[in-house]
Design a protein around this ligand. Sequence first.
Ligand code: CA2
Length: 149
Amino acid sequence: MSRPIYILNGPNLNRLGTREPEIYGRTTLAEVETMCREAAGDNPIVFKQSNREYEIIDWVHEAIDQGSGIIINPAAFTFTSMAIMDALKMFPGPLIELHISNIHRREQIYHKSYVSPVATAVIAGLGTNGYPVAVKAVLDMIAKASVKA
Ligand code: CA2
């Protein structure tokens, strides 16, 4: 079996679809997972959410050992976590930082990401549709890299 794509979600995203629908929409995280699995087709994915920084770091380490790509919505850890940034730096494959909202249209505190400088690409503002878009993009990058290799 091929190596999975890791899709990692940070704090409070387990509550997606239950508040602030004008910013984040009404889609739940379980529905987002279904959208990702549909976009991935036969390609395996590992879909996780945690409110704990260390758990996200442990999954990044797992992805370094076993994964082919990472899509991460670090939520509030985007703006605070050098530890997640350090872990992501070690990942050799395609890495997409994803935000449901366009963080750059929001208040200043949402503008300085620790993750963007180590990401292959950043998706922000596509709503939850950004997730299947990111899955397709990572699969495309992996396919192109394997043709070159
Ligand atoms: O737009 C995004 O995806 C964010 O990463 C979401 C984070 C926020 O801190 C980032 O600036 C942008 C917040 C996630 C809060 O979780 C929610 C829980 C319930 C309903 C909506 C969001």
